[in-house]
Design a protein around this ligand. Structure first.
Ligand SMILES: [Zn+2]
Length: 298
C-alpha cells in the first residue's frame, strides 16, 4: 500500500486509474522530444508508454490523516459520469472500484471528515458525488467540502470557466452543484489555515483560482500541487504549459516559483497525475529542475 509521512501526518494514495493518457505533443503545445534525450529518466515506463508514445497518467486521490481528521484531496473522475468531450473519453461512464480501494485503506465514505478540491476540473471533483436512484448525491455525507472561493466564482461567471472550457459545465452540474445544494461546502482562500499544519496557497494559472495545499509537521513539509504540473517533463521544462492551462503566463510563473520553493525547502510534492512513485522532491538542474522520486514506506 502506498504510504508516506510528513512529520506526524500520514499521506496515502488511492488509485482510480493508471493508464497511458495524452500524447505529449497534444498535452504540451511546446513539446520537443529532445527532453527525452536530455533527461532519459523521463522515458522510463513509469512516465512514458513507449508502445503508444503516450504519457502515463495517474488518476487518484490523496488521503491525508492528521489528528482525528480524514481528508481527501481531490476526488478523481468518478463513476457513471457522462463525459462526451472527445478529449475526456477516458473518463466516460467509468465503473472503477475506487471506494473499495478507499475501504482497503480502512476508510468508509462516512468516515471522511473533509474533502478538498484544488480546482473544479473533470478529473478532480468526480467522486464528490455518486449516482443513487438516478440522482447525484454526496459520496462523503459527513464531510465538509472545501472549494476555492475564487475558483467557484470563476465557474459561476458565464464569461469565466464556462466560456473558456464549456466541457466543464456538466462537471459542475453533476459533481459540484449537488454538494453545494446539500449544504456541505465551505469556501477557502489563499493563506487560510484549514487544520493545524495544513494551509492554502494560491497557485493560479492552470485554472484562475487553483489552490495548492501545504503541509507542515515536525519540521517536514509537503505540498499537494494540484495541476501546477501534470508530468515530470514540466519539472525539467517549467515553461511548458498544458493545453488546459487557462492563464498561460500565470501558470508558468506559478510553476517556476513553486518548484524553486520546493527545491529550497525539500518539500515533498504530491502532484495529481504523475506516474509511479507518484510523488517526490525536486532539485535545481540547469535552467530547470530535476525530479527526485520518493522512496516509499513498505
Ligand atoms: Zn488534473
Amino acid at each position: 500500500m502506498w504510504s508516506t509521512r510528513i512529520g506526524a501526518m500520514q499521506v496515502q494514495r488511492v488509485e482510480e486509474m493508471l493508464t497511458p493518457g495524452f500524447l505529449p505533443s497534444f498535452l504540451f503545445p511546446d513539446y520537443d522530444p529532445a527532453v527525452l534525450v536530455e533527461h532519459p529518466e523521463l522515458a522510463a515506463p513509469e512516465f512514458f508508454h513507449a508502445a503508444t508514445g503516450r504519457l502515463m497518467s495517474s488518476m487518484q486521490t490523496w488521503l491525508l490523516r492528521t489528528g482525528d481528521q480524514v481528508v481527501i484531496v481531490d476526488t478523481g473522475c468518478g463513476n457513471d459520469k457522462i463525459r462526451t468531450n472527445e478529449a475526456f473519453s477516458r473518463f466516460h461512464q467509468l465503473q472503477l472500484p475506487y471506494l473499495e480501494r478507499l475501504a482497503a485503506c480502512g476508510v468508509r465514505p462516512e468516515d471522511v471528515t473533509m474533502v478538498i478540491n484544488t480546482h473544479l476540473h473533470v478529473d478532480h471533483v468526480g467522486w464528490n458525488t455518486r449516482l443513487s436512484d438516478g440522482k447525484w448525491v454526496p459520496t462523503f455525507p459527513n464531510a465538509r467540502y472545501l472549494f476555492g472561493r475564487h475558483e467557484l466564482e470563476h465557474w459561476r461567471d458565464p464569461e469565466g470557466g464556462p466560456r473558456l472550457h464549456p466541457w466543464g459545465i456538466p462537471v459542475i452540474i453533476d459533481s459540484v452543484d449537488p454538494v453545494i445544494e446539500a449544504g456541505l461546502v465551505d469556501l477557502i482562500d489563499d493563506g487560510d489555515t484549514i487544520l493545524p499544519g495544513v494551509s492554502v496557497r494560491a497557485v493560479p494559472g492552470h485554472t484562475a483560482g487553483q489552490l495548492a495545499i501545504c503541509l507542515a509537521s515536525e519540521g517536514a513539509s509537503g505540498i499537494f500541487t494540484a495541476d501546477v504540473f501534470h508530468q515530470p517533463m514540466q519539472i525539467a521544462r517549467p515553461d511548458w504549459n498544458s493545453c488546459f492551462c487557462e492563464v498561460p503566463t500565470a501558470a508558468i510563473n506559478t510553476r517556476k516559483r513553486l518548484l524553486a520553493d520546493a527545491a529550497d525547502t525539500g518539500a515533498v510534492l504530491f502532484p495529481s497525475h504523475t506516474g509511479a512513485p507518484h510523488a517526490g522532491r525536486v532539485a535545481r538542474a540547469g535552467a530547470g529542475f530535476r525530479f527526485l522520486p520518493l522512496d516509499l514506506e513498505r
